[in-house]
Design a protein around this ligand. Structure first.
Ligand code: ZN
Length: 167
């Protein structure tokens, strides 16, 4: 099922850069979210939630970030100094349509902008706690007060506008 979807919008794969074998292995670690469109990495992840993909042909065979490999497979080569950033703000996502190339400067600008938009008001752990509170019936206003957030922000966590990848 995944294969059909993963193939649908990208016909040309860079098999000149990454072997078909590796691409096949890569795809086995993708779980598509029908809500966000994110291709969530189901394989190993690092502390920050970025997928790790081992491929001996790439980057001298060290573990490397899965979203960078995805960019390579689907979009082609890029400088090893370039940052592959997420439009969706979901570190485990490897959907090439959610990725863009940025310099270290743009990467930090992007992060600052997202902070200003309020995406990092709460930690991942707090979002988990908040989601659990919803499940046990705690009201928006009470949660907002407890965590020092606006009602709107809490409602956005609940409705999945914010931090949708945290479950
Ligand atoms: Zn995504």
């Amino acid at each position: 099922m995944n294969d059909r979807l993963v193939n649908s919008d990208r016909v040309v794969l860079r098999t000149d850069l990454v072997s078909e074998d590796a691409i096949e292995r890569f795809r086995k670690n993708i779980e598509i979210s029908f809500i966000t469109g994110c291709w969530n990495w189901s394989g190993a992840k690092n502390d920050q939630g970025y997928g790790e993909f081992f491929c001996k042909e790439l980057f001298k065979g060290v573990h490397t970030r899965a979203h960078r490999v995805s960019y390579l497979i689907y979009n082609g080569e890029f400088s090893h100094k370039a940052y592959v950033c997420h439009k969706c703000d979901n570190p485990s996502c490897v959907n090439p349509d959610h990725l863009f190339l940025g310099t270290p400067f743009e990467n930090s600008m992007d992060k600052t902008k997202k902070q200003r938009n309020g995406n990092t008001k709460v930690t991942i752990e707090q979002v988990r706690q908040i989601k659990n509170k919803f499940r046990s019936g705690v009201r928006v206003k009470e949660i907002a007060k407890e965590y020092g957030l606006s009602d709107r922000y809490v409602r956005e966590i609940r409705s999945g506008v914010k931090r949708t990848w945290i479950t």
